[in-house]
Design a binder for this molecule. Structure first.
Ligand SMILES: Cc1cc2nc3c(=O)[nH]c(=O)nc-3n(C[C@H](O)[C@H](O)[C@H](O)COP(=O)(O)OP(=O)(O)OC[C@H]3O[C@@H](n4cnc5c(N)ncnc54)[C@H](O)[C@@H]3O)c2cc1C
Length: 463
């Protein structure tokens, strides 16, 4: 009887999981293993929203495994040590794991290799559609601009999605800790797990995505990001299904999956970009704790910004358009360090992800891959364009719910008790222009954008 260990990490699913598939093919019996790593908490990444979501994912995975004759083995400690220990207990010949992209996951892989040697098998294209490093521009190890990356990505070879195993035999006598339970910070957190993920994918209307993805009140995006972060869904399977479905909505959706892969390939090549500017910019960041608190608490005086921040607090999730404009407000209008905003998002986001969060923050702050690093999103123009009736603001800022239509975006005219704007509407890009010496150099673009921040090339990470 041969045995393999399938070490789950950010791939908490049975459908289209190359780790499970390979372990199943390699041996008669499989030990499905997840290790709760105290170092995740030690580096500050174990936010309550994600811990609660993870607990639900593990419970769902265990239930699915039990339905096919197996069960999840849970351990606490260093994943490499625990995987080696379980492999020894079970007499396993191989241990299978997904390739990661962050510095943290790379270090885990090094430890696994040290302890397991050739018994370790690392699988690509588990977390992303196209593995990082598969497509590269001539003479470089990663793409720094999305549009050419996207072109190459569309042509890249893909593996065919795997089905879920129908039966999985697991050896008896391998001890497991209790599955964790955890309370979220945000009351409106989505349900975790592969079953909920597949249900959400079935329920969501991809055809309307091209028209609705930027309409804040319509809430027409897939809301699959937490499931993709924890790997309850395979990005490769989603891309394949959407491409088979066809149409403008599916095409726009697949493009967002390419943005996800783009950030992953960049982080894989430059793990330090999780903390350090990817591209250096001039000017010291502005520091003001009172302003940062007002931003965190949704009291900036700009209701569209405040609505986004309150959605984040309540749901542990925020609409992409709101992420863009709240992040632009912090890093461009207030000119605060992007790391301040990224850290707050990571404290709350259920989909909080090193690649997507840090690199989107860098993109917005102009220290990342935006080809127009000095663009400033004007919250009033963003509000008029993406929340024209004010319904999104009224949903999240109840003290303004009595204001009709778009008047809700300018409360200083009708609701004198609402906080005064931290920065006056005519000053929205002043700090950035001063810090980056844009007026002296005559550099473009000018004050807050006229077009709501969408570039003609469509290379914003929002469709
Ligand atoms: C400042 C900032 C911080 C962000 N932090 C995160 C984060 O921590 N985790 C995260 O998953 N996304 C992050 N995003 C990207 C994006 O906002 C979310 O992925 C999206 O809002 C999730 O909603 P959805 O699943 O309905 O997306 P949809 O619009 O339905 O898109 C489908 C999927 O594509 C991927 N995707 C969409 N937009 C992007 C993007 N700009 N970059 C990378 N992948 C994308 C996501 O996996 C998403 O689930 C951030 C964006 C910004 C501007």
């Amino acid at each position: 009887m041969t045995v393999a260990v399938a070490l789950f990490t950010q791939d908490l699913r049975l459908h289209d999981n190359p780790v499970v598939h390979a372990a199943h093919r390699a041996a008669d019996q499989v030990v499905p293993l997840f290790v709760l790593d105290p170092d995740v908490a030690a580096v500050g990444f174990a936010a309550p929203n994600r811990q609660a979501f993870l607990a639900a994912c593990l419970a769902d995975l265990d239930a699915s495994l039990r339905r096919i004759g197996s069960r999840l083995v849970l351990r606490h400690g260093d994943p490499a040590e625990q995987a080696a220990r379980v492999a020894a207990e079970a007499g396993a010949d191989t241990v299978h794991v997904a390739a990661g992209v962050s510095g943290f996951t790379r270090r885990r892989e090094t430890r696994l290799r040290r302890l397991l040697g050739r018994r370790l098998q690392v699988h690509d294209a588990v977390l992303t559609v196209v593995p990082p490093g598969l497509v590269t521009p001539a003479g470089r190890d990663h793409y720094a601009v999305f549009t050419p990356y996207h072109r190459a990505w569309l042509q890249a070879p893909r593996r065919a999605p795997h089905g879920a195993p129908r039966r999985l035999d697991t050896p008896d006598g391998i001890g497991s800790a209790e599955l964790p339970t955890s309370r979220p910070h945000s009351p409106g957190l989505p349900p975790g797990g592969e079953s909920a993920a597949r249900e959400q994918w079935r329920r969501w209307d991809v055809d309307s995505y091209a028209d609705l993805h930027d309409a804040l009140a319509a809430d027409g995006t897939s809301r699959l990001s937490p499931y993709l972060h924890f790997g309850c869904l395979s990005a490769g399977e989603l891309a394949a299904r959407a491409q088979a479905h066809g149409g403008g909505g599916a095409e726009a959706f697949v493009r967002q999956l390419a943005w996800r892969d783009f950030h992953h390939q960049l982080l894989a090549a430059r793990p330090e970009a999780a903390h350090r500017d990817y591209r250096a910019r001039e000017g010291d960041w502005h520091r003001d704790e009172r302003e940062a608190d007002a931003w965190r608490e949704g009291r900036t005086g700009y209701p569209i910004v405040d609505a986004g921040m309150r959605q984040l607090e309540h749901e542990g999730w925020m609409h992409n358009r709101a992420r863009l404009l709240t992040a632009s407000f912090l890093t461009k209008t207030l000119y605060h360090d992007w790391r301040v905003g990224a850290a707050h998002f990571l404290r709350l986001l259920v989909d909080g992800d090193v690649a997507n969060n840090q690199l989107n923050w860098q993109w917005v702050a102009g220290t990342g891959t935006d080809t127009r690093p000095n663009r400033v999103l004007n919250p009033l123009r963003q509000a008029d364009r993406y929340d024209p009736d004010g319904a999104y603001v009224r949903r999240w800022v109840p003290e303004l719910a009595h204001l009709p239509g778009p008047s809700v975006h300018r409360p200083w005219l009708l609701a004198p008790d609402y906080p005064t704007p931290l920065v006056a509407p005519e000053e929205l890009s002043r700090r950035l222009r001063t810090a980056r010496a844009l007026d002296r150099s005559g550099a473009a673009p000018g004050p807050a954008d006229r077009r709501g921040g969408q570039s003609a090339a469509g290379s914003t990470p929002n469709g």
